[in-house]
Ligand binder design. Structure first.
Ligand code: PMP
Length: 289
């Protein structure tokens, strides 16, 4: 069992240099710590190849742009840094976390344009996100929090501030014996889980919420394309909570979650059925192709 995340062996890429893991520190007056000026990526490397690594680098840069926080590296430089980190730590199957944040500097108020933006890239071995729940079908709570209106927050960014309600919802879910929570959006439609997108099956067709108000996951986009290539009809649409009882299968998608079958949401039950298995197995094959 590895130690706490700040107490491990290895190297971390920080602003262009590899530093010892335990020395990858920031000051308490880091702007991001006070004002959530931070964006990040979660990626996976399978058998030495980062799945959609370049897309993740582009998304990090776009998230920074959306927060008026230009990431000071190109996607190609970020791609190279990720490779450097994997090599320095001798990893071929790993989770990769890239993070960009407003560092400490001359400003310590809300406005921070004079503070530099820092970037770090870390990689570590990491298995299944939902552990044993994966093939039994995860049990999801329904969060009391709602995904916010995109006019109130940059909903398309993978920004730290958007995860405040995710952590709170996941804690509440775990306290009830669930492994995750489903969010509705501010208008009451089904949205996503705390770190993954959601899909449903009804009469052999696939339904997933329109991703115009929460993170349009790279895994989500991959799965939609894969399902269409397999001949499935995929509906991207608004889904009402009353419909949760109409679906026969359900799964989550995300870099960490991969394709995780869902067995239960609140009082609604789903089978880990043929479509879920087909999609999950094809995704496993694709990421290692
Ligand atoms: N929604 C949220 C809130 C997430 O944190 C994630 C994980 N990044 C996803 C969806 C899925 O995104 P991706 O498939 O790009 O990992």
């Amino acid at each position: 069992m590895a130690g706490n995340y700040d107490d491990r062996d290895g190297k971390i890429w920080m602003d262009g240099v590899l530093v010892d893991w335990r020395d990858a520190k920031v000051h308490v007056l880091t702007h991001a710590l006070h004002y959530a000026s931070s964006v990040f990526e979660g990626e996976r490397c399978y058998d030495g190849k980062i799945f959609k690594g370049h897309e993740h680098s582009l998304r990090l840069i776009e998230s920074g742009r959306l927060l008026d926080m230009p990431v000071p590296y190109s996607a190609e430089e970020l791609d190279a840094a990720k490779e450097e980190v994997l090599k320095a730590n001798g990893l071929t199957n790993a989770y990769i976390r890239a993070v960009a944040w407003r560092a400490s500097g001359p400003d310590m108020g809300v406005s921070a344009s004079r503070n530099p933006v820092s970037v770090a890239i870390v990689a570590w071995e990491w298995g299944s996100y939902y552990g044993d729940a994966k093939w039994q079908g995860a049990k999801l709570d329904i969060s009391k929090w709602k995904r916010p209106d995109p006019d109130t927050i940059p909903a398309a960014a993978k920004a730290a501030g958007l995860y405040m309600i995710c952590t709170m919802s996941k804690h509440a879910a775990e306290a009830k014996g669930c492994s995750d929570a489903l969010f509705y959006d501010w208008e009451g439609y089904v949205a996503e889980a705390t770190g993954a997108n959601i899909f449903f099956v009804k009469d052999g067709e696939i339904h997933t919420p329109l991703a115009d108000r929460f993170l349009n996951g790279i895994t989500r986009q991959t799965i939609i394309q894969m399902a269409r290539d397999k001949g499935f009809t995929v509906h991207e649409r608004r889904i009402r909570p009353e419909e949760l009882s109409d679906f026969s299968e359900c799964w989550l998608t995300g870099t960490a979650a991969e394709v995780t079958p869902v067995g239960q949401i609140g009082e609604h039950h789903y089978q880990v059925g043929q479509t879920t298995r087909d999609i999950a197995e094809s995704y496993e094959a694709l990421v290692r192709a």
